[in-house]
Write a protein that binds this ligand. Structure first.
Ligand code: 2HG
Ligand code: ZN
Length: 483
């Protein structure tokens, strides 16, 4: 490959080799391969080098070289992005920057309810470090065993506990960030209060590596939940689910940590395709909620509160049946079912995904309108609309009709996106509630964001990355796209 590389890229590769040494450079095609394809297999790129720095100083050195030579850099975490945010372009002249070797827990401060970690730590490693200090780090995602905290922050991940603890952004106290030119912002404060001017940290969270590379983070910890009660509840429809959420929050003193909606088809996809998943109820229902309440106290009364709320809900027709977990194993089984919906859907063939949010109370109307719009395009499309109803965030996904060709179905993707996003806009919702923009949704972003917002975003990009070397072609739409 190097013979066809632009001279600037070849020179960057050579200089990076000298700085990182063999342990910090992947160049063998077999080693590089996993960095070239995104998780959903939407994109396949190329790169002359995956740089794997072992320290912040290494990252700074790599970026300084690339900045000087005007060579593009694609930051890469655990490669679980749904939007192609961490995949290099096909051109083959971008350097991939993997933070996987930077995986140290730098400090756990139980008294301050905080910890500081390198960006390459797996999310499960951060959770475990908190737990070892009798604390709790609440970010939780299906991909937690492979995603990295740096990627979680760069994409402002949401996940299963956002209802109670907020999204990734809400869990950050401070960041260490390497700028495009190699300068380092040492913002690793673990203060709760610091009102000293612009909030730089929040610029980098959700920027998907387009403004700087997050190399470490100070994160908030919480008391460990000591009473955790999950319930799997059959509900008549989304309207009932939304009412049940409000009731359960009120009745339990706002102890609801997660509130996940599953239509029947989601249960069928997981029981059909994911080994070990079984329907916990003895007959099928239209829809379900996986609701979990928790508290940091040992509190046997919480279970009775939840039981009482569900009994009343059944009496009032807001719920049809319910099962509470009797053991940790049953709790794990319920969550396994929920977390494996994407796997079940993938096994069923092609799908068109929308990661949207609207105000929680508007969800039933949104679902009715968006369902009609999607079925007008593909009448036999199978709706798999599920997810974080407690946050107003639905994965409004559509699976290929049974027995039909995936490629022909995917040809409807743009029309479906337009239709669903148009409805989202009417509700002042978001076209990417938790998966980010990456490469996939740049044009959609151009239609969705206000003209002034885009101008400000471009001005920030220009200020922090004037040469445009950081994750080019991601997040920000082309200046004239979609307008
Ligand atoms: C989830 O909530 C993930 O399970 C994946 O965000 C959503 O597959 C999806 O659309
Ligand atoms: Zn999700």
């Amino acid at each position: 490959m190097s013979s066809t590389l632009p001279a600037s890229v070849a020179s960057a590769v050579e200089r990076i080799r000298a700085v990182l040494g063999p342990a910090g450079c992947l160049e063998d095609p077999a080693d590089v391969e996993p960095y070239l394809v995104d998780f959903r297999r939407l994109y396949r790129g190329a790169t002359p080098l995956v740089a794997c720095p072992a320290s912040t100083a290494d990252v700074a050195a790599v970026l300084a070289i690339c900045h000087e030579l005007g060579v593009a850099v694609v930051p890469h975490g655990g490669n679980t992005s749904y939007c192609g945010g961490a995949t290099p372009h096909e051109s083959g002249d971008e350097i991939v920057l993997s933070l996987r070797r930077m995986n140290r827990v730098r400090e756990v401060d139980a008294g301050n309810f905080s910890l500081t970690v390198d960006a390459g730590c797996l999310l499960t490693e951060v959770q475990a470090a908190a737990e070892a200090a009798d604390r709790y780090f609440p970010l939780a995602l299906g991909s937690e065993g492979s995603c990295q905290i740096g990627g979680n922050l760069a994409t402002n991940a949401g996940g299963l506990n956002a209802l109670r603890y907020g999204v990734a952004r809400d869990l950050v106290l401070g960041l260490e960030v390497v700028l495009a030119d190699g300068r380092v912002i040492d913002g690793l404060s673990s203060l709760r209060k610091d009102n000293t001017g612009y909030d730089l940290r929040n610029l980098f969270i959700g920027a998907e590596g387009t403004l700087g590379v997050i190399t470490a983070a100070s994160l908030k910890l919480f008391p460990r939940p000591r009473t955790v009660e999950p319930a799997f509840v059959a509900v008549p429809d989304m309207g009932a689910a939304v009412q049940l959420l409000a009731r359960t929050r009120a009745a339990t003193g706002d102890a609801v940590t997660s509130f996940e909606f599953l239509p029947r088809i989601a249960v069928e996809l997981t029981t059909r395709h994911v080994p070990g998943v079984a329907d916990p109820l003895d007959r099928p229902y239209e829809a379900y909620v996986l609701c979990e309440v928790s508290t940091a106290r040992d509190d046997p009364a919480l279970r009775s509160l939840l039981e009482g709320t569900l009994e009343q809900a059944i009496h009032d027709g807001l719920a049809l049946d319910a099962v509470l977990a009797e053991s940790l194993a049953q709790r794990a089984a319920l969550w396994r079912m929920r977390e494996s919906v994407p796997e079940g859907q993938r096994a069923e063939g092609a799908s068109i995904k929308h990661d949207v949010s609207v105000p929680v109370a508007a969800l039933p109307r949104f679902v009715a309108e968006a369902t009609a719009a999607v079925l007008a395009i593909v009448p036999a499309g199978r709706l798999v609309a599920y997810g974080h109803v407690g946050d107003g965030n639905l994965h409004f996904n559509v699976s290929v009709p049974l027995g039909e060709d995936g490629t022909a179905f995917l040809a409807h993707a743009e029309a479906m996106h337009e239709a669903v996003h148009g409805i989202v806009r009417r509700y002042r919702g978001s076209i990417s509630a938790e998966h980010g923009i990456g490469r996939l949704k740049r044009e959609a972003l151009a239609r969705h964001k206000g003209h002034v917002e885009l101008e400000v975003m471009r001005a920030i990009k220009q200020a922090l990355d004037p040469k445009g070397i950081l994750n080019p072609g991601k997040v920000l739409p082309e200046p004239d796209a979609g307008r």
